[in-house]
Ligand binder design. Structure first.
Ligand code: ATP
Length: 580
């Protein structure tokens, strides 16, 4: 491990929240200063008070006056842009339409009839009632808009939590915000892709083909948003989102190390034969029960078989490369390991305990999963809130939650990102947020699905260092990957899958077996390829650049020796000739 790689738990700076007063500490998100939080809490309370007052008014003139004053105050005093206000006011259109169309027909007191439609009658009182309701909706929306425009989202959430908004309402609000953002993102992405392939939005009024395309896009948009929200749902479940406090008492959770030590106490003879000694468990010379055992597991998606009698075990403290071509069943296996799916037959055992639907919640927190696409995993409006999601579901108090957030963000190199929106980060940064969200739950095993995909070389190096740091801290790390070069350099163990079956498991030497590689649709690590081309050097199997450099150096030295020997022989021959 290089000097830059630090133990992600021990090396953290003290959390500023702990030093602050407790009353506000409970309400903070990340390391946000306390003063703005108090202000935003006051603002939230004022808006709620004004909303309640607004609901009491019944006279249209008073409501029009209140809405007008509010609008002037927002424009002239707060200097909010008219455009920002207008775009948020658009949200009320469906509610306004519903009110105008339905309410006039539903006024219970009866009254002067104005209009008959079918068996329904709109009355004068009904219209008046609808008008009053519409004014209240406009006023309420103006109030909420002023709050949203003047308060950062993370402060708003912290304030709502501090004033006692029920967690379930808060989560629902956050999820609704995520879903509307999701629709926007998907729509924008699809429109860009369609325009790049020739969709013309010019003259759109006259082109029926364009209208048809837009109609199709709308349909696909909802299907895509639906399937993505399914994946987001899974990742929320993986972090205990739908299971309250995951059935764990706080005292049992406060010290993850205790649990690890307990694991070490109950050791059984294992199969550890690693040469990697950076992992704490390995350093302590422990032989432990496997972190994961899969026995004869099968899994079906409907009639399609994704896993077919899969059996293997993963020892604690291993760095495992889970390899195989597209469709081999890696992601399905990961869903089984995390208890999100149950095998159709066979068994998955986590630290000696067979996983079932009844204990999946409890075992799940020992296996953290980082999904392939960070956008499937992140859903909160701020980085701090997203990382805090898992620890909160563990039932920790707010101070511990914030400490874990600070630790995890430090570990992934995102200190100070607490209040940023995760949806406005780069792909590599989003991936680090997703990893932080899992690290904050302090799992014993972390599984990452294709973590290197779409990362630039520097981010790949940083991620590899992070994997090392997590492993040094005692985690068993499993990486699903197609990247043989990375696997050869990093892994201590390799699992190779194809068509839902295990092709081979063992040391990274497997990655140098040509027949196995071609069977698994993989190729020889790049560093080993030149040696295969050199006669008599096929046995050289460098896993790292250092190994390769050393092998080349040895070859050069041997070449030099041979040259020296040849020139000595030649000189000997010449001398003998002269003497003869
Ligand atoms: N939701 C689903 N419904 C039906 N079949 C599915 C579903 N998800 C995966 N499969 C099928 O299950 C098999 C295994 O898929 P899986 O995603 O686990 O493979 P993978 O090794 O992770 O692939 P990749 O490397 O491309 O991510 C494939 O044949 C795939 O088509």
């Amino acid at each position: 491990m290089s000097d830059e790689q630090m133990d992600w738990k021990e090396s953290i700076a003290p959390n500023p929240i702990e030093a602050s007063d407790n009353a506000d500490g409970a309400a903070t998100a990340g390391s946000a200063p306390q003063q703005p939080l108090r202000q935003s809490r006051r603002r939230v309370l004022s808006v709620l008070g004004l909303l309640a007052t607004l609901m009491l008014f019944r006279h249209p003139a008073v409501l029009v006056g209140a809405a007008g004053c509010l609008l002037l105050w927002m424009l002239l005093w707060c200097r909010h842009s008219p455009r920002a206000i207008a775009s948020r006011m658009l949200l009320i259109i469906p509610f306004a339409l519903g009110t105008i169309v339905l309410v006039p027909f539903q006024h219970p007191a009866g009254g002067t009839a104005l209009l008959h439609v079918g068996g329904w009658t709109a009355t004068e009182e009904g219209v008046r009632h609808a008008f009053v309701l519409l004014l209240k909706i406009i006023g309420a929306n103006l109030l909420l808009t002023s709050l949203l425009l003047s308060t950062p989202v993370y402060q708003l959430i912290a304030s709502l939590r501090a004033i006692g908004m029920p967690a379930v309402l808060l989560e629902m609000t956050v999820l609704m915000m995520r879903y509307s953002g999701l629709l926007r993102e998907e729509a924008r992405g699809m429109l860009h892709a369609q325009r790049a392939r020739g969709l013309q939005l010019k003259d759109w009024r006259w082109r029926s083909r364009t209208w048809n395309r837009l109609g199709e896009l709308l349909g696909v948009l909802f299907v895509r948003a639906y399937s993505r929200s399914g994946r987001i749902y899974q990742s929320i479940a993986a972090r205990g989102g739908f299971s309250g406090s995951m059935g764990i008492t706080q005292s049992a959770l406060s010290d993850n190390e205790v649990r690890r030590v307990n694991n070490i106490d109950s050791l059984v003879e294992g199969n550890s034969n690693t040469t990697d000694t950076s992992n704490k468990a390995v350093k302590e010379g422990c032989y432990m029960k496997p972190a994961i055992e899969v026995r004869e597991a099968t899994f079906h998606y409907g009639s399609r078989q994704a896993l077919n009698g899969l059996s293997f075990s993963i020892r604690q403290g291993a760095k495992v490369a889970l390899m195989g071509p597209n469709g081999a069943g890696k992601s399905t296996l990961i869903a089984l390991l995390n208890g999100l799916e149950q095998p159709s037959s066979g068994e998955v055992t986590i630290f000696g305990e067979p996983m079932s639907s009844s204990n999946a919640q409890l075992l799940r927190r020992r296996i953290g999963v980082v999904y392939q696409d960070p956008d499937d995993q992140i859903f909160s409006p701020t980085v701090g809130e997203d990382v805090a999601f898992g620890p909160r579901n563990l039932g920790l108090d707010e101070t511990s939650v914030q400490q874990r957030v600070a630790e995890a963000l430090h570990a992934v190199g995102l200190e100070g990102f607490d209040s940023r929106s995760p949806f406005e980060l780069s792909y590599g940064q989003k991936r680090r947020v997703a990893i932080a969200g899992v690290l904050a739950m302090k799992p014993d095993v972390i599984v990452l699905d294709e973590p290197m995909a779409f990362l630039d070389p520097k981010s790949r190096d940083q991620l590899q260092q992070l994997l090392e740091a997590m492993h040094s801290d005692g985690l068993t790390v499993i990486v699903a990957t197609h990247d043989v070069d990375f696997a050869a350099e990093w892994a201590t163990d390799v699992l190779m899958m194809k068509e839902g079956k295990l092709l081979a498991s063992g040391s990274p030497e497997l990655l140098f077996e040509p027949e196995l590689l071609s069977n698994a649709d993989l190729h020889l690590p790049r560093l080993a390829r030149p040696f295969r081309l050199l006669q008599d050097q096929g046995h050289v199997q460098p896993r790292t650049v250092q190994d390769a450099a050393q092998a080349i150096w040895q070859l050069v030295m041997r070449g030099g020796e041979a040259l020296k020997l040849r020139s000595v022989n030649r000189m000997d021959g010449e001398t003998r000739q002269r003497e003869g």
